[in-house]
Design a protein around this ligand. Structure first.
Ligand code: ZN
Length: 334
């Protein structure tokens, strides 16, 4: 029925923290204001066809074409925010999304390093002072000269200035694993809380909440065990990340075959994709800010960040034009 040249594209939106101003104990946390989330849903509902996870998986299974201007909602990291502030509104609107929760947080109730780093950054008013503090600790506690690290990693990225991006790179992957984890914990205790377990308990949604969300039609998918950069992980660590994803899903009654994967930080390689596919996952999401077109690799589904799209209903949405008219307007590589 649908011509082969159909311009159908999938717009996938990625969310992390979504919370109302009143719930913001950390004003500098890069959270999406709840009103802006709802405004974005108004926009998406007006202009796109929002697909439920079930409908998306059934479409893949059947090899059917995507609906026009197909759109998926995805929520990363398994935050209690998603249960408190997102889930009720999705249910009210008859919508559903994919939720990607690592095993360490969802099941083991450990505070992920990525979150230790985020809340340290959100609690520390001076990015420059924090970058300097990290350098000082590297010299004093680890006998590590930060100069080569500064040379390699002190540069802005799509979201952050050079100081913040530098601290994140060091603590996420550039330093040796044991230094990273101890340094992240040390900074978190200094600047945020000395009770990381209580902090984690409040930050992450629980398995019972996840089951309730599943029962209401939400989808859950794999997002690693300790939320490591998969593309930089050793084969042993990569295997543990994928196995942890399967264990977390099993604990809430989901099989990889009925699910998708989401690479933490979007980090993936051919070896990572092979591991994820061998584990039975049908599709996987990256953080490449693009649309995904049928026929492209299902293990590399691009996603837009919420801030790439409008937070109010408007026709001024360049991605919508691309979803409708396709390649002609394409600039970035896909
Ligand atoms: Zn994540």
């Amino acid at each position: 029925m649908t011509p082969v040249s159909s311009p159908a594209a999938l717009t996938t939106v990625m969310y992390h923290y979504v919370r109302p101003v009143a719930a913001r104990a950390f004003p500098r946390l890069p959270a999406l204001e709840l009103a802006d989330f709802l405004g974005q849903l108004d926009h998406l509902q007006a202009h796109y066809t929002l697909m439920t996870p079930q409908a998306f998986l059934q479409t893949l299974e059947a090899g059917d074409p995507l609906p026009p201007r197909a759109c998926l909602l995805t929520f990363d990291d398994g935050y209690a925010d998603h249960y408190r502030h997102v889930f009720p509104h999705l249910v009210d609107r008859g919508l559903a999304g994919f939720f990607f929760a690592p095993k360490s947080s969802l099941i083991d109730r450990h505070l992920l390093e990525v979150n230790q780093i985020q809340f340290t950054l959100a609690s520390h008013p001076q990015p420059k002072a924090l970058a300097d503090e990290v350098d000082t600790l590297l010299r004093s506690d680890w006998a590590i000269d930060p100069a080569p690290l500064r040379a390699a990693h002190f540069a802005p990225n799509r979201f952050d200035g050079p100081e913040i991006a530098y601290v994140k790179r060091l603590l996420q992957h550039a330093l040796p694993a044991h230094v990273r984890s101890q340094l992240a914990a040390q900074l978190f205790a200094r600047h945020v809380s000395n009770d990381p377990l209580a902090f984690a308990e409040d930050l992450y949604l629980t398995p019972a909440q996840a089951r309730e969300m599943l029962g209401a039609g939400m989808g859950f998918g794999g997002h690693g065990d300790r939320h490591l950069w998969h593309g930089l992980a050793s084969p042993t660590d990569l295997a543990a990340e994928v196995a942890g994803s399967i264990a977390a899903l099993a604990a809430i009654g989901v099989s990889p075959q009925d699910s998708c994967y989401c690479y933490p930080f979007g980090s993936q390689t051919e070896a990572v994709r092979q591991s994820v596919a061998a584990a039975g996952f049908r599709a996987a999401f990256t953080v490449v800010p693009e649309l995904w077109r049928p026929g492209s690799d299902l293990l590399q589904i691009a996603r837009l960040d919420t801030n790439d799209l409008p937070h109010r209903p408007t026709a001024q949405d360049p991605w919508l034009m691309r979803a409708m008219y396709g390649r002609a307007l394409s600039g970035a590589g896909g």
